[in-house]
Design a protein around this ligand. Structure first.
Ligand code: MRU
Length: 328
């Protein structure tokens, strides 16, 4: 569904309420939003220092809308840097530079998704079965997704891939988004309720588990949609490899371990009355973290646009980040 966002309040609301969601897409939306807002004020001929101050204010506001997804801070950091470096320029030129930066963030994400998909392709021989959680696909990124990228590429090559998609309580990103986008692409997808995952491992284990990430700590611990940790424990118990697929913009070297990742808590009514229907006592106490943390030691690898990082992750993730720094 198309939706026009015209003010910082509307962009803030769209991100908080998950009208746009998925770590990379949140970053792209915020950056594009800031660029559009800048263009709007220059039409009213603001002076350059004023525009920089305003950009900083918009970034401050949007950065806190989803505290776990580090791509948001990363993308807005790039917009802040352009604004800070442009105080001497005419406002319209600065607005053009902000627009170019937002477009670059989007274009780079599209390219990173494809490269992640290429690196993950080796995990999906013909006939492979995959379990995934939440939605880390085209509806979460600027391209073909992260966890779903190798699936799209395998399908493009004519390989048969069967995907099990956790429905992903309470907001059902798996059944509403993953099942929809894979189905629309003609990929074989079966939805399971979250509490069916253990039965799947016991009766008909998938060949591999592929998930996305909202923030990857320097030591390889990964925050992703709540429920991912449970899958990682199941995967370990059943000897099934689990991979996290994410662009380097999701690695946060300033967060040493998973214990340091801030975990967003959601409105209890998303659990008590998801989509409007009361499914618990109206005043039931609810704990609803949006994400959980999977210890790096449970992961077979972390796939970025620079290849597969393996344990010990301190070194392999630092190398991926170093490879991501553009040459001057
Ligand atoms: O709360 P959401 O829907 O934004 O959570 C999304 C996830 O957990 C995704 O797996 C993650 O952001 C990676 S998207 C490529």
């Amino acid at each position: 569904m198309d939706r026009e966002l015209r003010t910082v309040e509307e962009i803030d609301e769209a991100i908080r309420s998950l009208r746009v969601r998925g770590a990379p897409l949140i970053g792209i939306t915020a950056a594009t939003g800031v660029a559009a807002l800048a263009r709007g004020v220059t039409d009213h001929s603001d002076s350059p220092p004023d525009l920089t101050t305003r950009v900083t204010g918009w970034c401050d506001r949007l950065e806190v809308t989803r505290p776990t997804a580090v791509n948001l801070r990363w993308a807005l950091g790039r917009m802040r840097a352009v604004a800070a470096g442009g105080t001497h320029r005419p406002a319209s030129e600065l607005a053009d530079a902000l627009r170019a930066e937002a477009q670059a963030i989007w274009d780079e994400d599209r390219e990173m998704c494809r490269r992640i998909g290429e690196h993950g392709l080796e995990l999906l021989p013909n006939g492979a079965t995959v379990l995934t959680h939440c939605n880390a696909g085209a509806l979460a990124t600027g391209g073909i997704g992260t966890a779903l990228a190798p699936i799209y590429l395998a399908h493009e090559e004519g390989r048969r891939v069967r995907v099990f998609a956790d429905e992903t309580r309470p907001l059902l990103q798996g059944s509403r988004l993953t099942a929809w986008e894979l189905g629309a692409a003609g990929i074989d997808v079966t939805v399971i309720s979250d509490n069916t995952a253990a039965a799947l491992f016991a009766h008909d284990p998938p060949d591999v588990v592929l998930v996305g990430a909202d923030r990857i700590a320097a030591n390889g611990d990964v925050a992703n949609k709540v429920g991912t940790y449970g899958l990682a424990v199941l995967a370990k118990h059943h000897g099934v490899p689990i991979y996290v697929l994410a662009p380097t913009s999701t690695i946060d070297p300033s967060t040493p371990t998973g214990a340091d990742i801030p975990i967003e808590e959601r409105d209890p009514d998303e659990v008590r009355r998801g989509f409007g229907r009361l499914t618990a006592p109206a005043d039931a106490s609810v704990w609803s973290p949006a994400f959980d943390v999977t210890p790096g030691e449970l992961l077979a690898g972390i796939i970025t646009e620079h290849g597969v990082a393996r344990a010990p992750f301190e070194g392999s993730l630092a190398a991926a980040l170093a490879a991501a720094v553009p040459e001057q």
